[in-house]
Design a binder for this molecule. Structure first.
Ligand SMILES: [Zn+2]
Length: 476
């Protein structure tokens, strides 16, 4: 008799909130009594979940921008996330609890292929440096997916990811087991589709998660009522939500999670076992799972594909500003790449800058100094050339960061999330303009004037000026 299994995945993520010019987070009054949202959500969610040992019993991804904040501002909680990856009972290092995350939380199907590779490589490398092992699974930002993205994952030896059930081409697919998606060229990847009903109840029905025992009995157990799989595979249900649900989006749900995944000896048998995604698929060959197909350019938090981050998705109050913002940033990114490639061509072979970009995450993580990195790539160059090389990589870093999905998620570009991505764009443009004598920033300002805030009725160039003035970097 194979007992059914419950797995819980928490997607723990915050965007980069540090101003790229000062490296500081501006006070966020709405997060009072805390200085900013990172501090508040840490107190309400990250710290209690780490301290209660919840992470030892769930799957989770810890976004690199959040991980970096935690490491600086709450090292013991950061260590809790790291140590919970491989509790003593998990002996196979491929089966750890933690998953990587694409680095800046960009919507990968909307990114260039080169940017997707960099975001994925940075995410995998950050994980390796942080957790001390090569990751086997990766979380795609907003679970936004297409076949090209999955092929890059497979090339990078990623074995599995998690998707929403409506991202499966077969709308009646039984999500009670993992599947294999064939990618051509003898590549494939394992996809675990989460349970829509359980995940929605956990996320959006506060009354359902007041009592973990009742949730287990009334919500989870009925999901296991159907027949077992004919081949003996135990039925599995995955609850996947934002990790911040457990204590921040909903108070005290860190306690709910503790009771649900680690009930302790006094609790009567519930009729199912608790496992993690890593333990179910971490070291099992993809060929062991039945095949299925995905719907391309879909995501978990938009039912209109990836429109939420690129156009007028009906779920957002106003999306008219999103396409011009993306067009402005796409044009800036192309220009930066052309100019940076041209400058680098004076002292590097063609293509070397882009290979260096893929490894630059080591400098951001701090495992290599900027000078050491530049000497490794340009051992014979003058100090001025090495300095110029590092400026190009910093420009590339911020032009990657400006595509964080948060900038497009809401209904108004006046929000701090959009101002933050504008600051990243400004930082990147100014680094290149200073290095090359170009005027990318003026062109960016002109492009931004084509979008407008529905609430304030000011255009994007005025929002950009406001963000820069607040950061103490006014537009000249
Ligand atoms: Zn939508």
């Amino acid at each position: 008799m194979t007992r059914p299994k419950l797995a819980v995945h928490g997607h723990f993520y915050q965007p980069e909130r540090r101003d790229p010019f000062s490296g500081q987070i501006a006070p966020q009054p709405a997060a009072a009594p805390y200085h900013d949202w990172d501090a508040r959500i840490d107190a309400e969610c990250y710290k209690p979940n780490a301290e209660r040992g919840n992470l030892r019993h769930i799957s989770y991804d810890l976004g690199p921008t959040l991980a970096s904040w935690l490491k600086t501002n709450d090292p013991s909680t950061h260590q809790g996330f790291v140590d919970s990856d491989l509790p003593e009972e998990i002996v196979d290092r491929d089966c750890g609890n933690a998953m990587a995350q694409a680095y800046h939380h960009a919507i990968l199907p909307l990114a260039s292929l080169a940017d997707r590779r960099t975001e994925i490589r940075w995410g995998l490398r950050d994980f390796d440096l942080r957790f001390g092992r090569r990751p086997t699974g990766i979380w795609l930002p907003e679970t936004a997916v297409d076949l090209s993205t999955l092929r890059i994952l497979a090339e990078e030896k990623v074995r599995y990811t998690i998707l929403a059930p409506w991202q499966a081409a077969d709308s009646r697919l039984d999500t009670g087991r993992p599947y294999r998606v064939e990618l051509g060229g003898r590549r494939s990847i394992v996809v675990v589709f989460y349970d829509a009903a359980l995940s929605a109840a956990a996320s959006f029905e506060p009354d359902a998660t007041v009592n973990a025992d009742a949730f287990a009995r009334d919500r989870i157990l009925p999901r296991f009522a159907g027949p077992a799989f004919p081949d003996g595979t135990p039925v599995m249900a995955l609850i996947a939500t934002d990790g911040e649900l457990y204590g921040h989006h909903q108070k005290f749900r860190d306690l709910f999670l503790a009771r649900l995944v680690n009930p302790g000896p006094g609790v009567p048998d519930r009729g199912f076992d608790v496992t993690t995604v890593g333990q179910v698929v971490g070291s099992t060959p993809a060929s062991a799972f039945p095949p299925t197909q995905i719907v391309e350019r879909t995501s978990w938090s938009c039912h209109h594909g990836v429109l939420r981050w690129t156009g007028e998705c009906p779920d957002a109050s106003d999306g008219r500003w999103k396409a011009p913002l993306r067009a402005a940033f796409d044009r800036l990114a192309s220009a930066i790449d052309v100019i940076a490639g041209g400058l680098a061509g004076k002292f590097m072979e063609p293509g070397a800058l882009w290979r260096a970009r893929d490894e630059y995450v080591d400098v951001i993580f701090g495992t290599e100094t900027p000078d050491g990195f530049a000497r490794r790539w340009l051992p014979l160059a003058t100090p001025e050339r090495r300095e110029a090389f590092l400026v190009l990589l910093e420009a590339e870093r911020w032009r990657l960061a400006m595509f964080a999905s948060d900038g497009w998620f809401w209904g108004d570009p006046i929000r701090p999330e959009t101002k933050q991505v504008m600051l990243c764009a400004a930082k990147a443009a100014r680094l290149i303009d200073d290095a090359a004598g170009t005027d990318l920033e003026s062109r960016l300002v002109g492009d931004l004037s084509l979008l407008s805030s529905p609430s304030r009725r000011i255009d994007g160039s005025a929002i950009y000026r406001e963000a820069l003035a607040d950061a103490g970097q006014p537009l000249g």
